[in-house]
Design a protein around this ligand. Structure first.
Ligand code: CMC
Length: 429
């Protein structure tokens, strides 16, 4: 990180110099850490639209150009040529692994997939109709009650074990959340299967019939995981960092991230996007739906992004995956896919969307793909959480390992009442 000429800010008759930092890529960053001490003023930026909350080497996004890089590698290349586990290694360690480095990593993840026997009883405390994200939030937080030997965040080895445990156990927990909701027995992990095939088997095998893997679906699952693995300082990642900044254990921090991800403006959008397509139903109803968006009755879910003001590069890969999966399951003419494709075309030509730079995001086509693979809508965000766990834990690790790390503590613009004296209830009126 280098520095250029300082920025100057004048408040009243006082002018202060603020250092301007240059990253490897992306806009310059004005370092305002000394601003309050020197001027007695805060900056105001609700929603953090102009604020870099940390320094990071993990993921880079150029929203105007539609670029997403993990440790410098374009998402399209990773989705095409890498595997999810290799991408996990990349995010955690900063480099693609050699074969000799990957083998012990893969073995460690594979050997951590089982859950403590008592953990399974935890699920039966939930109602059968509980949303699987509610189960995920509770169950992942509960990991800290089961794995006491990896909670010391100051111990590098324990941090690594927690990271591996989280990546390994998320598929098992997610599959159990699904099995519980459909009233089927849990399926234990199988160490001879790949990460994604093992997950699909834990979701779709039943005691009466084993799961027959379809390599196209396994590949699509793995690619969907890669597409969701990390995304810079989004709401859930910032939540994980903020929770972790107080020294909370990694399982608790990831549970906080899952809670944030659940919202419809974030990870919950994939569920909402598919519900929206179902509601539209046929291409003829698209114009009427678009009019409702423009009248601000509702949003076009799966469209728009805080950072991307161009096509989300993940959406390009996701659309291709949707095509492949639908063909593999013999549903190439799926009416919802037709509605989605036509809706996209109409929106991209419409002034309302052009003016606001609203393009499809990763969630626009993911619901159609996951639905064709056999997942109910309530599981969509769970799959997002499963995949994003590596990003969250990589970002958490980066923060803990930063010697300058401080507890996150934003300030505020107070607009409430000034000081006043307490009035006894008998005198209020
Ligand atoms: N449909 C209709 N109008 C929209 C949409 C949309 N999907 N998204 C933004 N706008 C409008 C918004 O009303 C505003 O218009 P105006 O300036 O006239 O008031 C303008 O575009 C700017 O939007 P904004 O709300 O200021 O943008 P934001 O950066 O705060 O919000 C967003 C980003 C993702 C929350 C928003 O685009 C949205 O709600 N999209 C739908 C939900 C969605 O698909 N979320 C998934 C995001 S990608 C995966 C993830 O990160 O989890």
């Amino acid at each position: 990180m280098s520095q250029t000429n300082p920025a100057k800010i004048t408040l009243g008759d006082k002018t202060v110099d603020l250092p301007v930092m240059k990253g490897t890529l992306g806009p310059d960053v004005v370092d305002i850490r000394k601003l309050y001490a020197e001027t007695d003023a805060f900056t105001y930026d609700p929603g953090f639209t102009s604020t870099a909350s940390c320094e990071s080497k993990i993921t880079f996004i150029d929203g105007d150009k539609g670029v997403l890089l993990h440790r410098g590698y374009p998402i399209g290349q990773l989705a095409e040529q890498s595997s999810f586990l290799e991408t996990c290694y990349l995010l955690l360690h900063g480099e693609l692994p050699t074969a000799a480095e990957f083998e012990p990593f893969e073995t460690s993840i594979t050997r951590h997939t089982m859950l403590h026997e008592q953990f399974d009883r935890f699920f039966s405390g939930f109602r059968r109709d509980a949303h699987p994200m509610a189960i995920m939030t509770g169950a992942v937080g509960a990991l800290s009650a089961f794995y006491h030997d990896s909670l010391d965040i100051h111990d590098l080895k324990q941090r690594e074990i927690s990271a591996h445990r989280l990546i390994a156990k998320m598929p098992t927990i997610a599959a159990r959340a699904y099995k519980y909701s459909v009233g089927q027995p849990f399926v234990h992990p199988r160490n001879n299967l790949s990460y994604s095939e093992n997950f699909l088997r834990m979701c779709f095998a039943v005691p009466a019939e084993d799961y027959v893997a379809n390599p196209i679906l396994t590949k699509a699952m793995d690619r969907i995981f890669i597409l969701h693995a990390d995304h810079e300082q989004n709401a859930s990642t910032s939540t994980v960092r903020l929770a972790g900044s107080s020294g909370a254990n990694p399982f608790a921090c990831i549970a906080a991230g899952i809670a944030c991800l659940w919202g419809p403006s974030h990870g919950g959008a994939n569920e909402e996007a598919l519900n929206m397509l179902k509601e539209i139903g046929t291409p003829e109803r698209i114009p009427e739906f678009i009019e409702g968006v423009k009248a601000r009755k509702y949003k076009l879910m799966g469209f728009g992004h805080r950072v991307y003001k161009n096509y989300d590069p993940r959406a390009t890969v996701m659309k291709q995956s949707a095509d492949e999966v639908l063909e593999a399951v013999g549903d190439k003419n799926d009416p919802l896919f037709q509605v989605a494709k036509e809706l996209e075309q109409i929106a991209l030509k419409d002034e309302f969307f052009i003016e606001r730079k609203l393009y499809p995001n990763v969630d626009f086509y993911s619901g159609i793909t996951l639905s064709a693979m056999g997942f109910p809508t309530t599981m969509f965000t769970v799959l997002f959480a499963l995949a994003r766990t590596v990003g969250w834990i990589a970002q958490w690790k980066e923060m803990i390992e930063d010697p300058g790390q401080k507890i996150g503590r934003p300030r505020q613009l107070y607009t409430g009442s000034g000081p006043r004296d307490y009035v006894p209830v008998s005198q209020r009126g």
